[in-house]
Design a protein around this ligand. Structure first.
Ligand code: AMP
Length: 284
């Protein structure tokens, strides 16, 4: 496994490898877990060469304290990647990713998509995501790039970015990997106590309830309401939102009938840890 920090080196290596071979990129912020492993597995299955990037991107953190305490476990990450036969790891510094002054970093506006749900609660987050993903895709120029459905709104943002800028890359989405309790794996879960993990699994239970109701013919808004009521019975969960949206436009699903694809998306605090999760109903 080759590990690169410099752009020139990774570019030269990748362009040599690309000669007739397909390249898959798995962008991550490290603190790798089985969710990331699923992305790597998918890339390894589809491509001749798999590159994992590890970079904790400062521009997508709207809370400096959150950036400061984000887990950084490079040694363990490299061991995991080595054990998975990952071909290349790219772990650039801030200086390489953002050589310009912070105030002059490009801002991206995704319209409605970055105004709701995560975009509403984390202003500037998706601009930072769009910028770093655009940088990584231009730096590596992979044939395919892999993202988890865990960050469903991020996936919609990236699809729009790639489409609007005619980027020659295929975006592949990978289903959410969960613990046996249903809790979606996340690098932030390591901050949860055993008891909090148990409480956090209620988020998935609420999403499942919404899905069951919706599948049974209940309208999205009513299904959403019952899921919220179920979560309200758990005082340890501080709900930010639980909404039914179109998984591509992220417009709210109105009560005037069932649409083809619906995603129930949730964000909540358990203790001090902010968690997100979602469930997809059809299509997409
Ligand atoms: P992160 O390191 O949190 O930025 O995540 C890197 C990639 O892994 C993103 O595309 C995430 O959506 C994906 N990911 C994170 N957790 C999971 C999970 N539990 N299941 C599937 N993909 C995930």
């Amino acid at each position: 496994m080759q590990v690169f920090q410099e752009l020139d080196l990774v570019r030269t290596y990748v362009s040599e490898q690309k000669n007739g071979h397909s390249v898959g990129l798995v962008p991550t912020m490290g603190a790798l877990h089985d969710g990331h492993r699923a992305l790597l597995k998918a890339s390894k299955q589809d491509n001749d060469v798999t590159i994992c990037s590890i970079y904790v991107n400062p521009t997508q953190f709207n809370d400096p304290a959150d950036l400061e305490k984000y887990p950084r476990t490079l040694k363990e990450d490299l061991e995991l990647l080595e054990s998975m036969d990952c071909d290349v790891v790219f772990c650039p510094s801030d200086q390489i990713m953002y050589p310009q002054a912070k105030s002059s970093v490009v801002q991206l506006d995704f319209g409605q998509l970055d105004k709701v749900l995560e975009g509403h609660y984390r202003p500037g987050h998706f601009s930072g995501v769009g910028v770093v993903v655009a940088k990584l895709l231009n730096m590596i120029q992979p044939h395919r790039a892999y993202f988890g459905q865990k960050d469903l709104q991020q996936l919609a943002i990236i699809r729009k970015l790639v489409q609007d800028f005619f980027m020659p890359v295929e975006i592949i989405s990978v289903p959410i990997v969960r613990e046996a309790s249903g809790l979606a794996l996340s690098s932030r879960n390591q901050w949860l106590s055993t008891e909090e993990k148990q409480q956090a699994s209620q988020l998935y239970q609420a999403l499942l309830l919404a899905k069951q109701l919706y599948d049974g013919g209940v309208k999205a808004a009513a299904a959403r309401k019952q899921a919220v009521q179920q979560l309200d019975q758990h005082p340890d969960i501080r709900l930010e939102y639980l909404e039914a949206v179109d998984p591509i436009s992220f417009r709210s699903v109105k009560d005037d009938g069932q649409t083809e694809a619906v995603a129930f998306c949730v964000a909540a605090y358990v203790g001090e840890v902010r968690l997100i999760d979602n469930i997809l109903i059809t299509g997409y």
